[in-house]
Design a protein around this ligand. Structure first.
Ligand code: AOF
Ligand code: ZN
Length: 365
């Protein structure tokens, strides 16, 4: 199963919005076929592995990190459960079921009906973590949202003079680039564009360039900003407060403008996520502080990735990592579970998952 997970990872980027799947056919203790899902629309992991195994699949074991698929409307490839039965596989070992409502246990049921032995739950946590984006998106149809921030030990993302280059070290910055390539879209607030002018393009690509999104309710984004560089799509998410002149100028720059119904004077984030979910499975939110609080306080963040540099910036006027109004009482704070911590060069990366049912500040906060 470890090998299946390892193979699955090779599909990063191009498989989206499909899951990462690896398959290993084992006969008499020897691997006789391997495969992974390399690109959405392309053959599934099982199809590749069974093709390689050929006749040797008869009577063999098949290791999969995800339940094999069944046929459903709009499907691009033949159902794997049928292919497994046809190949004469004796036993299928799967990590997890496929939460896709069109599959959802039917693949395993099909195998059992045909007399194939099924073993479930091997390395299930690891497999679920690997496909956390897919597991969310395929049910919710809104993107899995990761909030990434780079800060000093005292939790500042910029100095009192609003400078942020560089707080974290080169290893973290490289990791951020490869993180960006893992998600379908990247979002920043217009304040970050005005302060840092990031291009948000991915240099070390593992897949297609993510869509760049600027949250800009009024249309303050400068036309010369690097986010409009030609290598990737850019969407300016705005409200009716943006003038038609600005909209036309942005379109001329090649940007797309999404006017979303305002939530007060802000862009309606839920509306944005619904629309984005029609196009992609995941979103990396990169700040700044106000945007971070908007997403967190509305309960829209699924995972955090916070980089901490061994450095204190101090200053009551320095920019805190998370802004907004905040909570009044620590008991109202947003809690995280399954924290992970790792060293990245001289920095630390903390990851975690908000407990969405935990007490949250009110939406207006
Ligand atoms: C598998 N093996 O390698 C993958 C699966 O449109 P299709 O034919 O590519 O089907 C996509 C669905 O199949 C996807 O939503 C997910 O439920 C499942 N993905 N299943 O047996 C694979 N990638
Ligand atoms: Zn399949």
């Amino acid at each position: 199963m470890k090998r299946a997970l390892e193979l699955a990872r090779r599909g990063w980027g191009w498989a989206r919005p499909n899951p990462l799947v690896g398959a290993v056919v084992v006969r008499d203790g020897t691997v006789v076929g391997e495969g992974y899902h390399a690109v959405c629309g392309g053959p599934h992991a099982e199809a590749v592995a069974l093709l390689e195994a050929g006749d040797r699949a008869r009577g063999a074991d098949l290791y999969l990190n995800l339940e094999p698929c069944v046929d459903f409307p709009g499907k691009k490839t033949p159902p794997c459960a049928d292919a497994i039965v046809a190949a004469g596989v004796k036993r299928v070992i799967v990590a997890t079921a496929d939460p896709n409502p069109c599959v959802d246990g039917r693949g395993l049921a099909r195998l059992r009906e045909a007399g194939v032995e099924v073993v479930e739950g091997v390395l299930a946590d690891e497999a679920r973590r690997l496909n956390e984006v897919f597991f969310h998106w395929v049910c919710a149809r809104t993107p899995f949202v990761v909030l990434k921030l780079a800060m000093s030990l005292d939790g500042k993302i910029a100095t009192r003079t609003h400078r942020s280059r560089w707080i974290t070290g080169p290893a973290s910055r490289r990791l951020v680039h490869s993180l960006r390539a893992r998600y379908g879209a990247i979002l920043v607030g217009v304040g970050t564009v005005l302060a840092d002018d990031p291009s948000l393009a991915v240099r070390e690509g593992e897949g297609p360039q993510p869509v760049r999104i600027v949250l800009d309710s009024e249309g303050r984004v400068p036309l010369g900003a690097k986010v409009f560089s030609p290598e990737a799509r850019t969407v300016v998410a705005t409200t009716d407060r943006m003038s038609v002149e600005v909209e036309n100028a942005l379109r001329e720059k090649g940007a797309e403008v999404w006017r979303l119904p305002g939530e007060g004077d802000r862009v309606d984030l839920r509306g944005l996520l619904r629309r984005l979910g029609e196009e992609t499975d995941s979103l990396l939110v990169e700040g700044g502080a106000e945007v971070a609080w908007s997403f967190l306080s509305a309960g829209l963040v699924h995972k955090i990735a916070f980089f901490y540099a061994p450095l204190i910036l101090g200053g009551r006027d320095a920019v805190p990592s998370v802004g907004g109004q905040g909570v009044n009482d620590p008991a109202q704070g947003i809690r995280f579970r399954d924290l992970g911590i790792e060293r990245v060069g001289e920095d630390f990366l903390v990851t975690g998952y908000p407990v969405l049912e935990s007490r949250r500040p009110t939406e207006s906060a």
